[in-house]
Design a protein around this ligand. Structure first.
Ligand SMILES: *[C@@H]1O[C@H](CO)[C@@H](O)[C@H](O)[C@H]1NC(C)=O
Length: 299
């Protein structure tokens, strides 16, 4: 290989290395708008990229500030720099070394609208405020009404399931779900449905008893921070029909009818035969009658 070719190859290799290391620009992906239940928490999903090599947590400083004013800081590792109204309410949940800038705002207040923007500072290198991808919080005072299955008649003694669910934006302290059904076991599931929204559901399985009929099944969702929402559905339980209750009388009735039918058939057959015999003159009475007539004629 000529010297020129070798140099060219080396240069190409360097290009590839530089391209992979330095091609990334400052970039952040933040959910633009997210509902937050007042008094509960809201978790804002956020990921970011920065030029240069990957750095450990300690080399990156994370800051969240209002879009309006860079100095209005709502999250900083140095708490003294945080606005009084946000002190103690913001936590960085994401790991910076994993380029995760996810923020939790706890005790959401009516005026926590934002927009809020993430800022990354790499002290020996550079810093950047991602002002083109900020989040607006929409504080809501009332929790969404949960969803609960509606069912028709339940059968006594036959296991049945009800599902109660709701959406929320506080996955770091998910809501808890309770049921009015005594001694009930329920399976709880929390799932991420994207855009910072989570769905929590509880599946209750129980065996209804006759005494449950016309009672209300209540599902209560308790949110972090103290708010709750509830929903009810009436229960109607059908008594278990023991099949012998039906089969025995029906079988008895059918049997009686059949016996009666057979008896009628033979009786009518017998009766018809007797009539026939009487009419044809071969019956015993006819013969006796004829015989008596004969004796009389002999006289
Ligand atoms: C970022 O961190 C949060 C909190 O730990 C986590 O729930 C989320 O899955 C992370 N996002 C990514 C893309 O890894």
């Amino acid at each position: 290989m000529s010297v020129q070719k070798r140099l060219l190859l080396r240069w190409l290799c360097l290009q590839v290395i530089f391209a992979t290391v330095f091609s990334k620009d400052w970039e952040a992906e933040v959910e633009p708008k997210i509902k937050g239940l007042v008094s509960s928490c809201v978790v804002v999903p956020c990921t970011f990229k920065y030029p240069g090599e990957q750095l450990p947590d300690s080399r990156i400083r994370a800051i969240w500030h209002t879009k309006e004013k860079m100095g209005d800081i709502i999250y900083h590792e140095d708490r003294t720099k945080v606005l009084d109204s946000f002190k103690g309410r913001t936590t960085l949940l994401g790991r910076l070394s994993e380029q995760n800038c996810t923020l939790e705002i706890d005790g959401v207040r009516d005026h926590d609208n934002g927009p809020f923007c993430f800022r990354a500072e790499i002290p020996t290198f550079n810093q950047y405020s991602f002002k083109e991808s900020c989040v607006t919080i929409v504080p809501t005072d009332v929790a969404d009404k949960p969803n609960l299955d509606k069912k028709g008649f339940l059968e006594e003694g036959v296991a049945t399931s009800f599902k109660c669910s709701t959406r929320h934006t506080c996955p770091s302290h998910p809501p808890t779900i309770t049921w009015s059904y005594p001694n009930s076991d329920a399976i709880v599931n929390n799932k991420d449905i994207g855009h910072g929204i989570w769905e929590v559901e509880s599946l209750l399985t129980f065996i209804p008893e006759e005494k449950d009929t016309n009672t209300e099944l209540t599902c209560t969702i308790n949110f972090h921070g103290g708010k709750h929402s509830t929903i009810q559905t009436p229960l109607y339980v059908k008594r278990k029909e023991n099949m012998s209750h039906i089969i025995i009388p029906v079988a008895a009735a059918l049997g009686t009818a059949l016996l009666f039918g057979v008896m009628c058939f033979f009786m009518s057959k017998n009766y018809k035969q007797q009539i026939h015999e009487l009419q044809s003159g071969n019956g015993i009475w006819n013969q006796m009658y004829r015989m008596s007539q004969r004796f009389r004629s002999v006289d």
